[in-house]
Design a protein. Structure first.
Length: 671
């Protein structure tokens, strides 16, 4: 068995808004890393942040801070979330790290000197959001194939990587190594969508963006995102930036885990760069699906769509504990395909598996040992054939779960563990230990039943340390086992618990949740937050002065509908109003009220859904400049993503757009 294991997540863009989708990949990788450590392997688990580029540069400028100051705060928040979720990484790399920059500059210069990078002029289609260039054939319905946003034409001097040179080699890689790219559907996607249409050479520098790693032999150029970002997988190990001990020990990587939206960069561009550097390729790349959040509800008070699904990982940890979220992400989402989150599904899964099955098994077993044997585990004394199936299942469990992990199927691993947990609960019903306890002549049989159940708990909890480490640690502590000492190769064998072991009665590890009550509380919380985010800074002067009669007259005339609570100037400045230009517009399917607008802010594009179809046709809006609430949390209206809100004035039944002066450039902040 190989004694080292290297696993990586993609490095995350510091958007400032972390959600459970962000956590998905990292929790998976953390669990696989933990499992391998517990097998006795020396594990390197890498995660981090991709901090350079046009978007960061623009956002920092908006806030009046340096790009580094802007990302420092966001990265600190992400690290805090990883700590909350027990993410045990070996290194958190940032593309602003000095050693990473040294590696990137070495790679860029070497590829240039050997002819794999050359200078030319780029003229083509560019997606600002993804910071990616595309050909016409790669677009989907004329839009970015990754995020679905509009692309625009750009022209500038750039350096290019000869990606086209490696097309045949990458095809041969897929053919010779069928396990290299998984799931297998991703292989066909790469071949049919990117390689067969013809790989284009890759733009790898920019002159229009300064926030990044400079090309050390041509200071007018900044290294562009993918050579910068992808190189983190070897820069983190010291490749050409100092001590290469880790690189020599852990490279090639055993598993790159990434989302399907960026799989082409990992499955095509990264192998090509490594081929050019004459370095070994990663052993496996896995492109998992997305975690989709659904279940939007209609608030009667607002009459618009409000997302009442929890998405903030901090909310989950505060309400249900870290392991509940970890378990749900690992167990519920079909691996390799998209999964859909809903509050109800989450609560039911936690109740069913963690509270009813695992929690009850531990609680009942430890309670019966304390009630009948003063909290001391006794050796088996009176065996029965009914024991054999349970003992056989738990004895084989390690091998089953190890195979699941080897095949990168974490949900199946948990499913297999909980099959044994379920069988143990059935075993309790079959052996009726509460009846055995009433008959002194059956004391030996009771000892055996409780010993068998305890061994199931020990082995299952040992395996669960990789997935729900905090809770599994609590369970093992009931049997005086230190979780830090668990080695799965030793803990897998039935019979490991010694007679005389002190057993502590378990406290409720996963208290049962009243689903109906909890759903109502979550809905109320999310509606409250939505209302707070929608409050307007506008308040009529007469209402501010307490002229209630005049305020009532205004309300009757339709001038206002309600008075939000007063806010101070600092709260007002939290609302980010920007000039945006409508570049396209269409009606939302199956809706008479909603229009879907694509807006340009100059530095990026946004999609906004607005209920103004009664007052404007799509054709009327194209070319207009509007005022966008740019820092509003995204929401879905009729299932369509809306990334902000445009301002309108209302008088009676008449609604008019608030239109800024046309001379104001796109992206201008309104104060």
């Amino acid at each position: 068995m190989k004694d080292t294991f290297y696993i990586s997540t993609p490095i995350y863009y510091p958007s400032g808004s972390w959600h459970i989708g962000t956590c998905y990949t990292t929790v998976i990788c953390d669990s696989i890393a933990r499992f391998n450590r517990m097998q006795g392997k020396d594990v390197f688990f890498l995660t981090g942040t991709d901090e350079h580029g046009q978007k960061v540069e623009a956002k920092a400028k908006e806030k009046g801070v340096t790009p580094k100051q802007y990302v420092d705060e966001i990265v600190a928040d992400l690290k805090n979330i990883w700590q909350l979720l027990d993410i045990n990484y070996s290194r958190f790399i940032r593309t602003t790290d000095e050693d990473h920059a040294k590696t990137v500059q070495y790679i860029f210069k070497r590829l240039y000197e050997q002819g794999d990078i050359y200078k030319s002029v780029y003229e083509g289609l560019y997606c600002t959001h993804c910071e990616s260039f595309f050909t016409e054939t790669q677009l989907v319905d004329g839009k970015c194939p990754d995020c679905g946003r509009e692309v625009h034409h750009e022209r500038e001097e750039s350096y290019f990587f000869r990606l086209s040179k490696y097309a045949d080699k990458i095809l041969q890689l897929y053919q010779d190594n069928p396990e290299f790219l998984q799931p297998k559907t991703r292989v066909n996607e790469m071949i049919n969508n990117f390689i067969k249409p013809g790989l284009q050479d890759l733009c790898v520098s920019r002159t229009s963006v300064k926030w990044g790693i400079p090309v050390d032999f041509d200071k007018e150029h900044t290294v562009y995102v993918w050579i910068d970002a992808l190189s983190n997988y070897i820069s983190a190990l010291g490749y050409h930036n100092g001590d290469e001990t880790l690189f020599n020990k852990f490279w090639p990587c055993d598993l790159h885990m990434t989302g399907k939206e960026i799989i082409r960069f990992h499955a095509i561009i990264w192998p090509a760069i490594l081929m050019a550097l004459d370095l070994p390729l990663p052993k496996r790349i896995y492109g998992h699906g997305w975690l989709l959040v659904g279940g939007d509800k209609l608030s009667k008070s607002k009459q618009d769509k409000i997302n009442t699904e929890l998405t903030d990982p901090k909310d989950f940890v505060a309400r249900y504990g870290k392991d509940s979220l970890r378990y749900y992400l690992l167990r519920e989402i079909p691996f390799g395909t998209d999964g859909v989150y809903s509050n109800e599904n989450f609560l039911n899964r936690i109740n069913s598996d963690l509270s009813n099955d695992l929690g009850n098994l531990v609680s009942r077993t430890t309670a019966m040992i304390n009630q009948n044997f003063d909290g001391v585990l006794l050796e088996p004394a009176d065996k029965d054939e009914i024991d054999n199936e349970l003992i056989s299942m738990v004895s084989e469990l390690y091998d089953v779960v190890a195979k699941d992990i080897e095949e990168i199927n974490v949900p199946r691993a948990l499913q297999d563990i909980f099959k044994v947990v379920g069988r143990a609960n059935k075993y309790i019903d079959e052996t009726t230990p509460w009846v055995l306890a009433k008959d002194p002549a059956k004391k030996g049989r009771l000892q055996t039943v409780l010993y068998n159940l305890s061994e199931v708990i020990r082995i299952c909890a040992s395996l669960l340390l990789a997935f729900i480490p905090s809770s599994a640690t609590q369970i093992l502590a009931c049997y005086s086992i230190n979780a830090d000492d668990v080695n799965l190769l030793e803990a897998k064998n039935f019979g490991g618990l010694k007679a005389g072991t002190k057993v502590i009665k378990s406290q409720p590890i996963f208290p049962r949740i009243d689903v109906k009550k909890e759903l109502k509380e979550i809905e109320d919380l999310m509606i409250k937050r939505h209302k707070e985010s929608q409050k307007s800074a506008y308040k009529p002067e007469n209402a501010q002065n307490g002229d209630e009669n005049k305020a009532k007259d205004n309300k009757k005339s339709g001038e206002i509908c309600e008075h939000p609570d007063e806010i101070n100037i600092d709260e007002f400045f939290k609302v980010e109003l920007r000039v945006a230009k409508v570049i396209s517009c269409e009606k939302v399917e199956k809706s008479d009220k909603l229009l879907k607008l694509q807006l340009s802010l100059g530095y990026e594009e946004r999609q906004v859904v607005s209920g103004i179809a009664k007052y404007y046709t799509p054709e009327e809006l194209v070319g207009k400049k509007v005022v966008l609430v740019a820092n509003l949390k995204p929401a879905k209206l009729r299932g369509v993503l809306s990334q902000g809100m445009i301002l309108c004035g209302e008088e009676g039944d008449n609604v008019k757009l608030v239109e800024p002066d046309m001379s104001l450039p796109e992206g201008s902040r309104i104060r």
